[in-house]
Ligand binder design. Structure first.
Ligand SMILES: *[C@@H]1O[C@H](CO)[C@@H](O)[C@H](O)[C@H]1NC(C)=O
Ligand SMILES: *[C@@H]1O[C@H](CO)[C@@H](O)[C@H](O)[C@H]1NC(C)=O
Ligand SMILES: [Zn+2]
Length: 399
């Protein structure tokens, strides 16, 4: 985030607002056990042969090929039928690749978002969940189940799990007339399925990340309407959560960025609580070994080049959820023909989707609005807020 680039007519106020928007208080407040217990499992929808969400993605889908279009249509159908209130758009670009004989290959990024109904586009800060949907050019027939068909499916299920609660929350705020009055009312959510992450030949700065480079550049140059809180769509990303290489058993996820370590700890906390509530099927040990460290103790070096880079380099706050361990490296099936549906650990894939639903419910402040969860807000003051916790009270002073 680049506060210096905000501020149109009232620089001081704008900067304050921007800082307030950065960390929604939602992110600090635990949802209740009831809310976590209400999260649905994907079950049949994650069947690798005929499941409605996952199986259509488990096909070769190299950028610019018919498989890619098929998967893109699957995303569009899913949002149109299951999440019809979401706004769906594409961001397209073309590029030559080392194997295209000078021909331009099309890259299509899929973007779906949902904002509070009263909010102006440029005033919404969005929790942004990201995965790439393209598959590798070689070996021929490569599926890429953990890379990243399963992460796409996890995000789809997680968004469907919280969508009704979002509607209820916003309707309730509207009915009470407190919409517009607080900055909490401008928290939105966004899904990005990126094209062209994989290299066609060998990973280089130009042969990789085709979709993310195009989108980051486009969103950095597009300007929101005058007097918006956020100057560009890029700065409207409150947190860029990138999922990659997820779906193998016993993942190990590092924390690499001090400024988003608090979010990593929140995710780890939701994981711990889901385990304690016996909602995880996969067993084993915790997935987030850095959770007990503070932000000064983490590695601060991310060895994994991925779709976050074009965004990180432009100042976006990133949380990179990638299964990578210092000695083991990536999961065994990585970039081999074994990375297919059969090699997924479906319990783990389902558990991930619950975890991201729980994390999103917490971020979007959905306590009391999930189905069957008791309509009660936590009465405990948030004790585990990191340093910038005064914001909630600051907010009311501004309006
Ligand atoms: C981008 O490409 C998709 C898929 O080919 C197409 O449906 C869409 O209309 C294009 N969008 C724009 C803005 O060009
Ligand atoms: C949130 O949950 C974690 C783990 O159960 C707990 O340690 C922490 O105190 C809780 N925070 C609040 C504000 O209840
Ligand atoms: Zn890959």
């Amino acid at each position: 985030m680049k506060p210096a680039r905000r501020g149109v007519f009232h620089p001081l106020l704008s900067i304050c607002l921007a800082v307030l928007f950065l960390f929604p208080s939602a992110a600090y407040q635990n949802v209740s056990d009831n809310t976590l217990k209400s999260l649905p499992r994907p079950g049949k929808d994650f069947d690798i042969h005929d499941g409605a969400i996952l199986s259509p993605i488990l096909i070769p889908r190299v950028a610019g090929t018919p498989g890619s279009t098929t998967v893109l249509n699957h995303f569009v159908d899913f949002f149109r039928t299951s999440l019809p209130t979401w706004n769906v758009e594409f961001q397209n670009s073309t590029s030559v690749t080392p194997v295209s004989d000078g021909k331009e290959i099309p890259f299509v990024n899929f973007i779906a978002s949902r904002d509070p109904p009263w909010a102006l586009k440029g005033d919404v800060g969005r929790l942004t969940l990201v995965a790439h949907y393209d598959s590798k050019y070689e070996p021929e027939g490569f599926i890429g189940a953990i890379d990243s068909a399963a992460p796409c499916a996890m995000i789809m299920h997680a968004m469907r799990s919280i969508d009704d609660a979002l509607t209820k929350k916003w309707e309730s705020m509207k009915a009470k007339g407190d919409a517009h009055s607080s900055l909490d009312d401008h928290i939105g959510i966004q899904v990005i399925f990126l094209d062209g992450e994989e290299a066609f030949k060998a990973w280089t700065a130009t042969d990789s990340l085709y979709g993310s480079r195009a989108l980051a550049q486009h969103w950095d140059s597009e300007v929101n309407p005058a007097m918006s809180v956020y100057k560009t769509p890029l700065s409207s990303i409150s947190l860029f959560v990138l999922l990659d290489l997820l779906g193998a058993k016993q993942p190990e996820i590092g924390s690499y960025y001090p400024t988003t370590h608090w979010a990593y700890q929140k995710l780890a906390n939701v994981e711990r609580r889901l385990r304690d509530l016996n909602m995880f099927k996969s067993g084993g040990r915790d997935w987030f070994p850095d959770a007990s460290k503070n932000e000064h103790e983490i590695a601060r070096y991310n060895p994994v080049e991925d779709d976050h880079l074009p965004f990180l380099q432009r100042g976006v706050e990133v949380m990179h959820i990638v299964d990578f361990a210092p000695i083991r490296g990536f999961p065994d099936v990585w970039h081999t023909m074994d990375d297919d549906g059969e090699h997924l650990d479906i319990d783990t894939v389902e558990d991930w989707s619950l975890l991201f639903a729980g994390f999103a419910a917490e971020w979007m402040e959905l306590e009391g609005f999930m189905p069957d969860s008791k309509a009660e807000r936590s009465v405990h003051p948030a004790e585990d807020k990191p340093a910038p916790q005064k914001r909630r009270s600051d907010k009311t002073e501004l309006f």
